[in-house]
Write a protein that binds this ligand. Structure first.
Ligand SMILES: Nc1ncnc2c1ncn2[C@@H]1O[C@H](COP(=O)(O)OP(=O)(O)OP(=O)(O)O)[C@@H](O)[C@H]1O
Length: 257
């Protein structure tokens, strides 16, 4: 579904010194695979996601989605980025319907789809609320629904639960897995949480400090559907978390930073 070869990104900085943010990235992500990206702050996780999304051009390398080169954003890749805030002047329902109406879907069908999605994340009674009337967790659920609404094949999620309290975060992780189990979209998910990455993913990618490279790719061989309470006492899950945390403690290329 996603094929990345020889990818690097150099940013022009204000001081006119080019900055190599990521380099030597080769990665293939299969159809329906859930892949998380972990790494130290500034290693280029978001940059990688933005390039796959078509929002930032790569400096070198080729990115193919469904065998077609990425030349810009498209409805096949749905971003859930923190800075893609909800439209404050639209209701919850209006926000979720937005992408569908943009794509020419008729209003009745768009509303039906939007209401189904809101029901799935228990926000039915907030359909007529405005974003400012919602908690952070609710807003994030609306943002996910807004992206899911137009049925992208790929979800690009950049720390979608990063700003939430621990309880809400666990809830949304469960919601996301429930949604994912239904139609198994391909997901690229950036997070700082090792536990979150192991809980959600088929594979976890650990990146090095800048310039960001792929340091390790770990296949998470845990049964699905996953249940958090069961996993927490699962030895294999615990081992994955401990092993990956160790990898994160020893980022190579430290001197280069
Ligand atoms: N538009 C830009 N211009 C110049 N430098 C940039 C730009 N975007 C990102 N960078 C730099 O590229 C590096 C990677 O940034 P990026 O946001 O991808 O890292 P990250 O791993 O997602 O970080 P975090 O975990 O803190 O969110 C950083 O050093 C950042 O300063």
């Amino acid at each position: 579904m996603i094929s990345i070869e020889g990818l690097s990104k150099t940013f022009d900085t204000q001081r006119n010194r080019p900055y190599l943010a990521i380099t030597d990235i080769d990665l293939k992500v299969g159809d329906g695979e859930f892949v998380s990206i972990l790494g130290p702050s500034g290693c280029g996780k978001s940059t990688l996601l933005y390039i796959v999304g078509g929002f930032v051009p790569p400096s070198t390398g080729v990115i193919l989605v469904d065998n077609k080169p990425v030349t810009g954003p498209g409805p096949d890749r749905g971003p859930v980025f923190q800075e893609f805030a909800l439209f404050p002047w639209k209701t919850v329902l209006g926000n979720v319907m937005y992408g569908l109406l943009e794509q020419g879907e008729n209003r009745k069908a768009a509303e039906k789809r939007a209401r189904e999605l809101l029901a799935m994340v228990n926000l039915t009674r907030y359909a007529d609320f405005y974003p400012k009337e919602l908690s952070g967790g609710m807003k994030q659920r609306v943002a996910i629904c807004r992206t899911l609404a137009y049925r992208p094949k790929i979800l690009l999620m950049d720390e979608p639960f990063g700003a939430l309290d621990a309880h809400t975060r666990v809830r949304l992780q469960n919601d996301l897995l429930d949604i994912w189990e239904q139609d198994r979209k391909t997901v690229l998910f950036v997070t700082h949480s090792v536990e979150e990455a192991v809980f959600l993913s088929d594979r976890v990618i650990v990146m090095t400090r800048s310039p960001g490279r792929i340091k390790e790719i770990i296949s998470i061989d845990l049964p699905r559907p996953r249940n958090r309470a069961e996993l927490l006492v699962n030895r294999k899950y615990q081992d994955y978390v401990v092993d990956i945390e160790k990898m994160m403690e020893n980022p190579v290329d430290e001197a280069a930073h």
